[in-house]
Design a protein around this ligand. Structure first.
Ligand SMILES: Nc1ncnc2c1ncn2[C@@H]1O[C@H](COP(=O)(O)OP(=O)(O)O)[C@@H](O)[C@H]1O
Ligand SMILES: [Mg+2]
Length: 303
């Protein structure tokens, strides 16, 4: 049983400080831990050098990565170099992209998530005529904007939420601000989704973003590991549990061995999926007991 973490860029014999607690929890649960250099992989594009500390295994072994998000082509580099060392990442590059890019996830969840469209954007140059024509399908609904991976949710009013799809000036300013904030980190293009009123929890104490009744589920090898409260702040309702049986059913058709599923309760009382994520790069909410999480990963690791 193997877990791969990023090393500390200032001391590559130790784990990245942000993953110290997960590293310790994995070790306590009997996992063999491995380190690689995220910077050598992503900035220098040198996968060989990035993984130089990992020796070739005598037999083929499974390995799970836990760390920072990788772009699909970076994940492929990591996947391939580990293969040459006889380590097989839990998800193939295609399985990784299935949950990392919303346009790739959409086919698995479209009946259970807000209506979504997307368009690619090159050189941060948005074709607004194309945006206006694509969003006509939403009528005058409110929208949210993100890229294929992330939103700027902490800039809710200026770079995420659009009150009406027909307000062209507002569409332009929110999309423009979003693209400006993403800068060169813009992932592939724009994703635009119908906004659905979610059940309130509280207002984020720092950014002022409205926090809603949301949960993060993790699935490993077809099994639900856990359902965690998504936000640290706000009172979750102890007697209002998500309908996990129906989400488990949806999960069965998602082509990935390890993924997260973010779900929310709407103001109407429906339960919807917000997004999927690859389980290797999805953050654990702060309150989650790391020892318990790695115990669950151990129990469902498979052979
Ligand atoms: N379609 C939607 N309708 C209403 N609220 C949404 C919608 N999509 C996202 N949100 C809210 O915005 C937050 C950020 O959106 P999300 O797609 O999860 O972006 P990120 O990848 O940055 O986390 C979600 O946690 C949720 O509260
Ligand atoms: Mg999210």
């Amino acid at each position: 049983m193997n877990i791969l973490f990023c090393d500390n860029p200032f001391d590559n014999k130790t784990v990245d400080l942000d993953y110290q607690d997960e590293f310790t929890a994995a070790t306590h649960n009997g996992f063999k831990t491995h380190l690689f250099s995220f910077e050598n992989l992503t900035q220098d594009k040198n996968a060989e050098f990035a993984t130089r500390k990992i020796k070739k295994s005598d037999s083929l072994q499974k390995i799970i990565y836990r760390g920072w998000m990788l772009k699909p082509h970076q994940y492929s580099l990591l996947y391939n170099v580990l293969s040459t060392k006889n380590y097989k990442l839990v998800n193939s590059p295609t399985e990784y992209q299935n949950c990392h890019y919303l346009p790739d996830s959409y086919k698995f969840i479209s009946g259970h998530t807000p209506k979504t469209i997307w368009l690619t954007v090159g050189n941060q140059q948005v074709n607004y005529e194309q945006v206006f024509s694509e969003i006509a399908t939403f009528g005058d609904s409110p929208l949210i904007v993100k890229d294929f991976v992330k939103s700027q949710k902490h800039y809710w009013d200026t770079a995420c939420f659009i009150p009406s799809a027909t307000e062209k000036e507002k569409v332009k300013s929110v999309v423009g601000k979003f693209v400006e904030l993403q800068n060169t980190d813009l992932n592939e293009g724009l994703v635009i989704r119908e906004f659905i009123e979610l059940n309130d929890l509280t207002i984020h104490s720092k950014s002022g973003m409205p926090l809603k009744q949301e949960y993060r589920l993790f699935f490993l090898n077809g099994q639900l590991l856990a359902c965690y409260d998504y936000w640290e702040e706000g009172e979750y309702f102890a007697d209002d549990h998500p309908p996990l049986v129906s989400f488990k059913k949806i999960a069965k058709n998602i082509e990935s061995n390890f993924f997260s599923m973010d779900i929310a309760k709407t103001k109407n009382g429906d339960w919807i999926i917000i997004e999927l994520g690859d389980g290797q790069v999805a953050g654990l909410p702060d309150k989650v007991d790391r020892l318990q999480f790695y115990d669950l990963v151990r129990q469902n690791y498979g052979s």
